[in-house]
Each structure stands twice: as structure tokens, then as C-alpha cells.
Design a binder for this molecule. Structure first.
Ligand SMILES: O=C([C@H](O)CO)[C@H](O)[C@H](O)COP(=O)(O)O
Length: 429
């Protein structure tokens, strides 16, 4: 079998950054350079021309995701210097046929992208019969965030299609290796190379994995375990960024400085600092849960203190968030237990049993339901609706990865405004 091709997908908005990153990826072993769809939308065919000029020895792939006017769009990309042009597999056959004619006329190859195709095996056969050169088993970035896997799609196609198969969608060194073992001829990697601080190193790791493919037994991970692993690896700001800046509680701070709490919420509503329900909630909580307490927003009386903290810690509770005050701050700090509150005050309320456990509450301006995920660190507390927890955790990890490359470019001397091209991307009114 021929050595599989490594295609780096430049899913960026700025051409200068794309050229720099392409250069680093090529040094790490990338063969083909994909002008990603976001780059094409941002910079047009100029991106294809520039990369063609700058990398004369490498194939340039134009990820046009063609849906209509197949001939014209293939012609544009071909004349700009692309050697491979991408079309949507679910485009009408009329579009595919025209694109194939144009590709033959201009001497380029067509790659059909299976994103969102209902019956990928039969559609791939049809596309091969129509003259498409490559089938791309692609799971798009938004689809990845809800748990779809490009490797699953690839495995459905292996041995079923008469043309070479490319694969794309969230691949890294480990999954690239599995992709080759499953029959991929072209391995397409975007974020896990182009968002890395060390692009050359990331590309090299994928290159080595492709050249020496192996399948390592993978440990099954439950959804909840994946959510926890991802939230533990990101910050509360990463999480709110992933939610379009939503979800942050207002006015609540960490009492113990640099601590972090991640877990599903056990909610508590109490009144007048009554500490019965918050303390009973410790027994209701499972290890790893976070208690979220609303004390009517009152800061003159504390429903939580040192003994409750001690008990929660013993029980394995991951932390507590209080819309209200806490006391015994010195003892709590010694325990380094994640306590987040809006105030501190010495006096407690009385344990009369007012309030309720595990009902919907509003805490520091955010609605919290039992089981919603809480991510709290020194920057504050974010609530993630339980039904979106996996998706938001995946997106927060992408935010974190994206910042790695931006941080590296600032380290090299650019300003944040330059890296983000802020002036160009200001909203026009
Ligand atoms: O085609 C892509 C996507 O639709 C955005 O245009 C990506 O290039 C492709 O998914 C590869 O990128 P990663 O999934 O980040 O590896």
C-alpha cells in the first residue's frame, strides 16, 4: 500500500497566519495543504493562489464544499492553483456531473465530502460511478461536538467504495493511526495541528502515527466521565466562551483562592441563613457533585461554615456555591475546599428546616436545575445546562486549544489585536 497522505486543513480566517502555520506543518511532514472553507470564505481564491505560490512542491486542496454551479467553482479553484477540489457529496447529481466535467477539463481531482449524508455507502458508490476521485469520510466540527465520529464513518465505508478514501473530523495522532489501519489513503487533520502552539511538533506526531499505524485498545469512557475529564481540563472562562459568553454567575468569588470545582449540581433553596437544608444536601449528594445554594441572596447571615465544609469534604462533594455568605473562612481556607460565595459574615442562621433540596433555583442570576453542570474556578462560576454538557465541554476544549496558538503568536511578538485582526473583524453597522 502507498504511504498515506497527510493533509493539513487550514481552518483559519487570516491568510498571513495560514501561510505561517502551513510552513510549520510542512516542516512536520504534511504533504497536502488544504485551504479550509473558513479561509476560502474569508480570503477568497487569493488564499488558494498565495498558498500555490508559497508551496510549489505541495498539492493545494481547495475545500470549496461546492453545492451548486459545479463547473464554475471547480474552474475558479483550478485556475487559482488547486490540484484537488472539494464538493459536497449530497449536492445534486447535476452539480456533480458538471464538476467532474470541469475537473477533467482543467486537470484537477474531485473530493466528495460526505458531511451529513444519510446513506454514505450507497452515495459513495454513486459518486465513484459519476467520476469523483476521492470520497471524504468527514464528520464536521459541529457534529464532532455532539459526539459523532469520523472513524465510525470510515469503518462503514472501508472496502465498499472503488476510489481512495480520505477521512476528516477531529483526528489527532492516535486516531490518525487508527484511520490508516482502517483503510484511509488521505488523513486530514485540522484543529489538532493548526491550533497547537508547536504546529511542527503536532504535525510530526501525526506523520509518525500515519507511517507506523497501530491500533491500541481504547478504554470505553462514559459520557459523564468524558464531560468531567473535559471540564476539569478547561477553565470557567473557556466554558462561558463556548456558550457564546452565557452561563456566568454574577458576584460570586472563590473563598479559597486557587481551587476548582466541577460536577453536577445538587440544588438547595434556603431562607434566612437556615443551614438545615444545605447540610442535609451533603447526604443527598454523590461524590463529585457540587452543592449550589440560594440563600435569598442574603449576605447578613451564613448558612455554611467550617463543620459543614469538613463534612462535605469527607463525603467527596466537589465544592459548594452559595448565593449568600459563608463563615469560618480561615478554617475553610486551611482545608482548601472549593467554596464560592458572595460574602463572608460571622453569624449563622438556625437549623429550622426551611427550604428544599433539588428543585430549580436561581443562583447569582443564573437558573440552576439539579444535574446541570457547574464549572467553578478563581474567575467565577459557570452553569451548563445538563442536556448540553457534552457539547459545551467539547467546545470549551476547542476554545482552550485555539488559545494555545494565539498565546504562542503573542509570545513571538504580535499583539492580540494583530493576531485576531480586530480592526478587520469589527462589526460593520
Ligand atoms: O472541513 C472541515 C470543517 O468542515 C471546517 O471547514 C475541517 O477542515 C475538517 O473537519 C478537519 O478539521 P478538524 O476536524 O479540526 O480536524
Amino acid at each position: 500500500m502507498a504511504t498515506p497522505t497527510l493533509q493539513v486543513a487550514l481552518d483559519l480566517l487570516e491568510l498571513d497566519r495560514a501561510v505561517e502555520i502551513a510552513d510549520e506543518a510542512v516542516r512536520g511532514g504534511a504533504d497536502w495543504i488544504e485551504v479550509g472553507t473558513p479561509l476560502i470564505k474569508s480570503e477568497g481564491m487569493q488564499a488558494v493562489r498565495t498558498l500555490r505560490e508559497r508551496f510549489p512542491g505541495h498539492e493545494i486542496v481547495a475545500d470549496m464544499k461546492i453545492a451548486d454551479t459545479g463547473a464554475v467553482e471547480v474552474e475558479m479553484a483550478a485556475k487559482s492553483g488547486a490540484g484537488v477540489v472539494c464538493i459536497l457529496a449530497d449536492a445534486d447529481d447535476a452539480v456533480i456531473v458538471e464538476a467532474v466535467r470541469s475537473a477533467r477539463k482543467y486537470g484537477v481531482r474531485l473530493m466528495a465530502d460526505l458531511i451529513n449524508v444519510a446513506d454514505p455507502v450507497s452515495r459513495s458508490r454513486e459518486l465513484a460511478a459519476l467520476g469523483v476521485d476521492y470520497i471524504n469520510a468527514h464528520v464536521g466540527i459541529d457534529q464532532q461536538m455532539i459526539g459523532r465520529s469520523s472513524l465510525d464513518l470510515l469503518r462503514r465505508l472501508a472496502g465498499e467504495v472503488g476510489v481512495p478514501i480520505a477521512v476528516a473530523g477531529g483526528l489527532d495522532a492516535e486516531t490518525a493511526s487508527e484511520a490508516v489501519a482502517a483503510g484511509a489513503s488521505v488523513v486530514i487533520v485540522g484543529g489538532n495541528i493548526v491550533k497547537a502552539a508547536d504546529v511542527t511538533g503536532a504535525a510530526r506526531r501525526v506523520r509518525e502515527a500515519i507511517d507506523r499505524p497501530e491500533i491500541r485498545p481504547r478504554e470505553e469512557e462514559s459520557r459523564d466521565a468524558a464531560i468531567r475529564r473535559l471540564f476539569e481540563a478547561v477553565s470557567a472562562p473557556n466554558v462561558t466562551d463556548a456558550m457564546h459568553r452565557k452561563g456566568s454567575m454574577a458576584g460570586v468569588v472563590s473563598i479559597c483562592g486557587r481551587v476548582k470545582a466541577v460536577g453536577p449540581a445538587v440544588t438547595v433553596r434556603t431562607l434566612a441563613g437556615d443551614w438545615a437544608k444545605p447540610v442535609e444536601a451533603i447526604d443527598v449528594a454523590a461524590p463529585g457533585d457540587v452543592l449550589v445554594v440560594r440563600n435569598e441572596g442574603r449576605t447578613d447571615v451564613a448558612p455554611w461554615g467550617e463543620l459543614a465544609t469538613h463534612s462535605a469534604k469527607n463525603r467527596g462533594v466537589a465544592g459548594i456555591v452559595i448565593d449568600g455568605a459563608v463563615r469560618d473562612v480561615d478554617d475553610i481556607r486551611e482545608m482548601k475546599f472549593p467554596v464560592f460565595a458572595t460574602a463572608t459574615v460571622p453569624n449563622a442562621g438556625d437549623p429550622k428546616g426551611l427550604g428544599e433540596i433539588n428543585t430549580e433555583i436561581v443562583c447569582c442570576g443564573q437558573e440552576v436545575r439539579p444535574g446541570d453542570w457547574i464549572v467553578a474556578d478563581e474567575s467565577g462560576v459557570v452553569v451548563v445546562p445538563r442536556e448540553r454538557a457534552y457539547e459545551v465541554a467539547r467546545r470549551a476544549m476547542e476554545v482552550r486549544k485555539n488559545e494555545e496558538r494565539i498565546r504562542e503568536e503573542i509570545r513571538r511578538g504580535r499583539t492580540l489585536s494583530e493576531v485576531s485582526e480586530l480592526l478587520k473583524w469589527e462589526k460593520r453597522h
